[in-house]
Design a protein around this ligand. Structure first.
Ligand SMILES: [Zn+2]
Length: 72
């Protein structure tokens, strides 16, 4: 007997997140600094965030939030 399973919706568990960058090296402060997320741009595929230094507001990194399940 063959059992057919119903197709499951392609969803990620949700707790699979990117690196949680709480501290990044700041070349202006010359040390690792705590950063905060700042919305930089709204993309058709999601939102682009900048990680900015809490001390000097320099952009230390960025991440794109949205449909990251597609590659290429
Ligand atoms: Zn800084």
């Amino acid at each position: 007997m063959v059992m057919f399973r119903p197709p499951r919706p392609a969803r990620s568990p949700g707790q699979f997140r990117d690196m949680n960058a709480t501290q990044l090296f700041c070349p202006t402060c010359k040390r690792a600094m705590p950063v905060r997320e700042k919305v930089a741009l709204y993309l058709p595929t999601g939102v682009l965030y900048h990680y900015v230094c809490t001390q000097c507001d320099a952009v230390l990194g960025k991440k794109e939030d949205g449909d990251s399940s597609r590659l290429g």
